[in-house]
Design a protein around this ligand. Sequence first.
Ligand SMILES: [Zn+2]
Length: 81
Amino acid sequence: MHVQMIPYLEIRRRRCDCCDRTANLAAKLLLMDGRALLGDLELCGTCAAAFGSLAQETPGLVREEGPPSGRPVPGTAGGED
Ligand SMILES: [Zn+2]
């Protein structure tokens, strides 16, 4: 099981699924089991940053999806330099 984080490119003011505060959402978190989508969370900036730091402490847990024109997606298997 892993988590994919997809940053929002547009401003959406809604309730954060994590902290229940109404704020500008920063990212959508997809909970994946293999290729199957188990669920998703819409996160405000604070919670997205918290998950981001969690991802750095736990490599392989969170895979961050960049925007189409952004940097390449990290975490592909076997490609360490
Ligand atoms: Zn939040």
